[in-house]
Design a binder for this molecule. Structure first.
Ligand code: FAD
Length: 458
């Protein structure tokens, strides 16, 4: 068993907070070092992805950590994609077949505050706000943390130091600068901008509330997620350069012209969109591949610090929460930190790589394919095959979003087999009536082994 004692985590985001709760519960005395101010008592930071989609993997981790009840009141269920097509027609595509197959919109600020409250008040985790990790000294076994209020630098022992300091991780950068970790930061040529749709005059929602709204436009898209106060947070995903692009939208008239012609219905609901467009920074999107995720049992990377992904599957934070459960299990299973950090990476890296790839694929699906008739037929057929063969055929989207018991890597592998089968079955089909379901059944029996667990027909 790893000896219990003081343990330092850098970064009090979703991953750092949940990890602190789990490890404090295991008997460690956790201190979190966070570079920002204490978010409790203040409003959230606008312009930085203020709400997130929480799905089964994240919910499961919150339940295991005993935090679910503390965040549930802040969640708005979303039952499907609500598509706003260029010709003005609208279409609701349900995410799954079963009533519980929904995802939840939650405010990042509210979630962080709830996690911090549970960590500090219920479990006694210590949090040092306005403390920034600036450097690591692997030879000396210590990290340098700057106390931003008092202007002094602390030396924090790395026995170990767990780095949950996000996609731009300073810990990862320090390790990579010293050649101790190989890092690839693959930036996307698209960025994002946050806009807002306020509540309607009567305080209600200006759009259907229980859905994730998408305005797919081929090479770019707008999405909107509901908040509990009747507003929506909208995000524009667009190329950084070219036409159209963030670089080209450099004056108020150009921004107004673009938004009002591409998204006329949404534009009417966003009175401040031009000001917000100019005030909010364009966010960077990319995938981080790091290897290894640790250094000699002294430093371990967790969450986005180890594997930031693009947000198009709504899984980044869900994946980070799963990390926390696996990290906690690894600490319970091993007798040294080096072994625990190694086990954590061995289990999680194949899964993190799988969701990274699936998230990239989903970008094209969201902005382009969702309005393609062939895609819609494949989607309907997937749900029908799941209804007929619930233990063997589960749509890939459902495996990722609604089945925490199916690892990402398995979802990716089975999804590839299913995708080929869907290609074959829909090659000459225009509707479900054209599908040869007997052949489908035979192929499913041949290609897809039954899944363990309860996948009863409904
Ligand atoms: P972070 O949330 O980045 O937290 C890191 C923390 O470390 C921060 O509090 C930061 O202040 C602190 N920190 C940073 N550097 C230092 C330092 N040097 N010293 C001390 N502290 C430091 N995920 C989903 O699951 N669903 C979604 O719908 C979704 N939507 C997204 C939309 C967008 C536009 C983006 C960009 C991301 C989205 N994500 C989503 C991904 C999700 O935001 C991340 O996966 C998640 O926030 C990662 O959590 P983390 O704790 O690892 O890192």
């Amino acid at each position: 068993m790893i000896e219990r004692g003081p343990l330092n985590i850098v970064g009090a985001g979703p991953a750092g907070c949940l990890l602190a709760i789990l490890l404090q519960r295991r008997g460690f005395e956790v201190t979190l070092y966070e570079s920002r101010r204490d978010p409790r008592g203040g409003p959230g930071e606008s312009g930085r992805s203020i709400n997130l989609a929480l799905a089964d993997r994240g919910l499961h981790a919150l339940e295991v950590a005993g935090v679910y009840a503390d965040v549930a009141a802040g969640m708005v269920p979303m039952r499907g994609r609500f598509l706003h097509q260029p010709d003005g027609t609208e279409l609701l595509q349900p995410y799954g077949r079963r009533p519980g197959e929904v995802i939840h919109s939650i405010s990042r600020h509210r979630l962080t505050v709830a996690l911090l409250e549970v960590a500090t008040r219920r479990h006694g985790v210590r949090v040092e706000f306005e403390h920034r990790l600036t450097d690591l000294d692997p030879a000396g076994g210590a990290a340098l943390v700057q106390d931003l209020r008092r202007g002094r630098t602390l030396t924090v022992p790395m026995g170990p130091l767990l780095a949950a300091d996000g996609g731009g991780s300073a810990a990862r950068r320090c390790l990579s600068d010293r050649g101790l970790v190989h890092v690839v930061e693959a930036g996307l040529d698209h960025g994002y901008k946050e806009l807002s749709i306020p509540a309607a005059r009567d305080g209600g929602y200006a759009l259907a509330p229980n859905a994730l709204h998408i305005w797919p436009r081929g090479n770019f898209m707008l999405i909107a997620l509901p908040n509990t106060d009747g507003s929506f947070t909208a995000t524009l995903f667009l190329a950084n350069r070219g036409a159209p692009s963030f670089a080209a939208l450099d004056t108020a008239p150009r921004i107004r012209e673009f938004l009002s012609t591409q998204f006329p219905d949404a534009y009417r609901l966003m009175p401040a969109c031009v000001d917000e467009f100019q005030a909010h920074a364009t966010g960077f999107l990319g995938t981080v591949y790091a290897d290894p995720w640790n250094f000699k049992g002294m430093v371990g990377l967790v969450g986005d610090a180890a594997h930031a992904i693009v947000p198009f599957h709504g899984q980044g934070m869900n994946c980070c929460f799963e990390d926390c459960l696996e990290f906690d299990a690894s600490v319970g299973a091993e007798s040294t930190w080096e072994a625990a950090l190694g086990r954590f990476q061995a289990v999680r890296k194949p899964n993190a790589d799988a969701i990274a790839a699936m998230a990239l694929e989903n970008y094209q699906e969201m902005r382009e394919h969702v309005i393609d008739p062939k895609f819609l037929l494949r989607q309907r057929l997937s749900l029908e095959l799941e209804r007929r063969h619930p233990r063997r055929f589960i749509p890939r989207y459902s495996m990722v979003m609604f089945h925490h018991e199916i690892p990402y890597r398995i979802a990716q592998l089975r999804g590839a087999v299913q995708s080929r089968l869907l290609d074959e079955l829909t090659a000459d089909a225009a509707t479900l009536e054209d599908i040869d379901f007997e052949r489908a059944g035979r192929e499913i029996e041949r290609l897809l082994s039954p899944m363990p667990g309860d996948h009863a027909p409904t």
